[in-house]
Ligand binder design. Structure first.
Ligand code: ACO
Ligand code: HSE
Length: 468
């Protein structure tokens, strides 16, 4: 198995171009938990900062379901000198998940056996597969050991798997956020409702859709449902209340299935494909009966179209928001990738295949498996999280050796881990300083110039992101 850095993936799907300045590695072959060996595996990733002499200052950040390797897209306030992910001291790494549309091997990348995109034939991948793939990239980059692994939601699942899939001592500490030791029936079920939306879209075609005619209606509906699990009742009530929908961002209503286009049917004009009313066959088209029958039919068509228009136009601000989130998502995500990634989340269970019995794992079983994780993990919870309920992090903190639990006070539900920057910065930095003291010793490895760019100081390795 070889890992080539500075790989040029050539033909890329359009979503990859949304992520700026990504790097790519090529892994020759990756055996997957699901059975097949994935060949010529592209891994997209980003790094900030440089490795120190001992090559032990790497910090691995794991993104969530719809995120990418570009931390500055979702945790930017934490990725600054002096903040949590201080790239003047840490070598910050974020790898894109297998199955994601943003550059790593996925349903959108080319199957080397056929020369065509994998589509729905892209194999199931696990959180553990991601960890193994990203570890190979870190090895190629020269990382000796990892100071900390941090991630929220699906990224938190990865944070838990990192020490379990790598040699003892390789990972110094972990900070799993808004996540669980195994994905709950609740989480699996919410994802199922979203997948069913995609399956129900006529464009889906069992996943063999033309990329220029994707199942956007299904994917948008899936995202709208997901958004409700990511936020909270209290945040929706506070934000939208019973306010009416502002015109800004309101998606255009469609009239699919209404049998008419309201813009063309004005003041009783004839529809383009007009036919004679049945009761006027053989009559003079200029006769009154013919005309009134026509007018009645056209008015009925207009009425139907307008009523569909009214029914589908978001009336309330909350509806407008959800519709907009759906519209925004289909511009940046692919349906097969969504299914692959949600299946991956569903499969998450740290005890899977690690116990010597088949029965339902108990708390003791979770403890047995997670004792391989480094001590003093920090587990972070969001008090209003309705998807990964706080009780799951309470249990996780009990399972992990000598771990502590911190709870974010945020009205934003599960997405609180992407929005409560100030609190996150404080609690994570505090734990990193305690668990990775060597990273904070001595002067920083990079100098930040006035214009925000960085320059390397003496005796360090790695690459510097010029944008900084
Ligand atoms: C290419 C890429 O994007 S890569 C990946 C980026 N995404 C990730 O990393 C995944 C994780 N990130 C996320 O899930 C989200 O981006 C979050 C949680 C960080 C933030 O969510 P957001 O949708 O940006 O925030 P929020 O819920 O406040 O919604 C704001 C948007 O809704 C719009 N909006 C707000 N209220 C309404 C309303 N009543 N009607 C219509 N639109 C509304 C706003 O105008 C704003 O639009 P904009 O995104 O075009 O600026
Ligand atoms: N808003 C996040 C939530 C998933 O944890 C995302 O879209 O990835």
């Amino acid at each position: 198995m070889t890992t080539q850095l500075d790989y040029n993936p050539g033909r890329r799907n359009p979503y990859v171009d949304l992520i700026k300045d990504q790097k790519f590695a090529l892994i020759s072959a990756l055996p997957l938990d699901s059975g097949p060996v994935l060949e010529k595996v592209e891994i997209a990733y980003k790094t900030w900062g440089v490795l120190n002499e001992k090559r032990d200052n790497a910090i691995v950040i794991c993104h969530a379901l719809s995120g990418s390797s570009d931390i500055s897209d979702w945790w930017e306030p934490l990725l600054r000198p002096g903040k949590t992910f201080d790239y003047t001291r840490y070598f910050v790494f974020c790898g894109n998940l297998l199955g994601s549309p943003y550059g790593s091997a996925s349903p959108l990348t080319t199957n080397p056996k056929t020369g065509e995109p994998y589509g729905p034939e892209f194999p199931e991948t696990s959180i553990r597969d991601d960890v193994r793939a990203h570890k190979l990239v870190l090895d190629a980059l020269g990382v000796q050991t990892v100071a900390a692994v941090i991630g929220g939601s699906m990224g938190g699942m990865a944070a838990l798997e990192w020490p379990l899939c790598t040699p003892p001592g390789y990972v110094n500490t972990i900070i799993p956020i808004a996540t669980s030791a195994d994905h709950s029936a609740w989480g699996i079920s919410w994802a199922e409702t979203q997948k069913q939306c995609i399956y129900a879209d006529a464009n889906y075609q069992d996943g063999y859709y033309d990329i220029s005619h994707p199942p956007t209606a299904g994917l948008a509906a899936a995202r709208m449902i997901a958004m409700l699990t990511y936020r909270s009742c209290v945040s929706f009530d506070r934000r939208f209340g019973r306010k009416f929908n502002p015109k800004k961002n309101a998606p255009k209503a469609t009239t699919n299935g209404a049998g008419g286009n309201p813009e063309k049917l004005v003041n009783g004009d004839k529809p383009a494909n007009d036919e004679e009313p049945m009761n006027c066959v053989g009559q003079d088209p200029k006769c009154d009966a013919f005309r009134s029958a026509k007018r009645a039919r056209v008015e009925a068509t207009i009425g139907a179209a307008e009523s569909v228009h009214r029914a589908r136009s978001p009336m309330f601000s909350a509806q407008g928001y959800l519709n907009y989130q759906g519209e925004k998502f289909i511009k940046r995500f692919d349906a097969n990738c969504y299914i692959n990634l949600t299946n991956k989340m569903d499969s998450h269970d740290v005890t899977d295949g690690r116990l010597d019995h088949e029965r339902e794992p108990t708390g003791e079983d979770f403890k047995e498996v997670l004792k391989a994780a480094p001590p003093r993990a920090l587990v972070v919870s969001v008090n209003t999280d309705a998807l990964f309920e706080p009780d799951q992090q309470v249990r996780l903190a009990e399972y992990l050796p000598d771990a502590t639990l911190a709870t974010l006070d945020s009205p934003d539900g599960h997405d609180g881990f992407l929005l409560a920057f100030e609190e996150l910065d404080k609690i994570i930095t505090e734990r990193l300083r305690e668990r990775c003291p060597w990273v904070y010793e001595g002067p920083p490895l990079l100098e930040v110039n006035r214009n925000g760019s960085t320059a390397v100081k003496d005796s360090v390795f790695g690459e510097v992101e010029s944008e900084w």
